[in-house]
Design a protein around this ligand. Structure first.
Ligand SMILES: Nc1ncnc2c1ncn2[C@@H]1O[C@H](COP(=O)(O)OP(=O)(O)OP(=O)(O)O)[C@@H](O)[C@H]1O
Length: 240
């Protein structure tokens, strides 16, 4: 069996008495999109914070490309090739789109520096036409693309995308999904946290479902979609 790109085992994080993430295990593979879904408070953002070294684990292990990364700091983890795209972009507003994306290239995967990285990231994120525009002039949809472009410029082996579709109109969502698929087609893994269930079901190779910190189901979209535990977890919420 080949080593998965990301191998999360028994991941746990407590905040005082609260088990925000409780013994969660899953993998992510190169070239695949894996979505982490679950109702509000399920632990999705906490998992991103644990994987990126922003928060220390209470228990468990995280291996990336065959080496343990739990306990490493955020900079080291970024250098090894995990990039994170936040829901709320905070660009350098006075800089152009191109220069913001260039900044992303400075902080990324150390194996993959080189000419063309910025242009490639701009193209992949659908930003080529906007490259000379000041970031301060962008719409929400364009800012979301910039956030992805900045992450793409890091040439990640794994992208953690945090609610990239939130607040977007369908046409914008389609463009973002196309960018994520294009990144995966180039061989990167994508870990997606997203509340837009039709989009998740359409774009994901695999879906991991969390509820109150625990993993309750994992599998192909059509499998988790009909899993009674998943349906129950979403009762009263938008059904997946
Ligand atoms: N720094 C913190 N201190 C204390 N509790 C926290 C902290 N961060 C998260 N939590 C709690 O941990 C649980 C999981 O939160 P988390 O933000 O990971 O959920 P989520 O699945 O990302 O939710 P949402 O979909 O609303 O973003 C929640 O009960 C939350 O209140």
């Amino acid at each position: 069996m080949t080593t998965p790109l990301l191998d999360v085992m028994g991941l746990s994080r407590r905040f005082g008495e609260l088990a925000a993430v409780d013994d969660v295990s899953f993998t992510a593979e190169a070239g695949r999109i894996v979505s982490l879904i679950g109702p509000n408070g399920a632990g999705k953002s906490t998992i991103f914070n644990l994987l990126t070294g922003y928060l220390p684990l209470s228990r468990g292990s995280v291996s990336f490309r065959g080496r343990r990364i739990d306990g490493m700091n955020t900079c080291r983890i970024a250098e090894l090739g995990i990039a994170r795209a936040f829901q709320i972009a905070r660009p350098f507003r006075g800089l152009s789109v191109r220069d913001n994306v260039k900044v992303g290239a400075l902080f990324g995967n150390r194996d993959n520096r080189g000419l063309g990285v910025v242009d490639e990231a701009l193209a992949l994120a659908g930003l080529t036409e906007l490259a000379d525009r000041p970031a301060a002039e962008l719409t929400i949809g364009q800012l979301r693309k910039l956030e992805l472009g900045r992450a793409f410029a890091a040439r990640p082996h794994l992208l953690l995308a945090d609610e990239p579709l939130a607040g977007l109109v369908p046409a914008e969502s389609e463009e973002i999904l196309a960018s994520l698929k294009a990144l995966a087609a180039r061989g990167a893994g994508v870990l997606l946290v997203e509340h837009d269930m039709p989009a998740v079901m359409k774009v994901s190779d695999r879906v991991v479902v969390l509820e109150a910190g625990r993993l309750i189901a994992a599998g192909r979209p059509e499998e988790v979609n009909r899993d009674p535990r998943v349906i129950e977890a979403y009762l009263g919420q938008e059904a997946p």
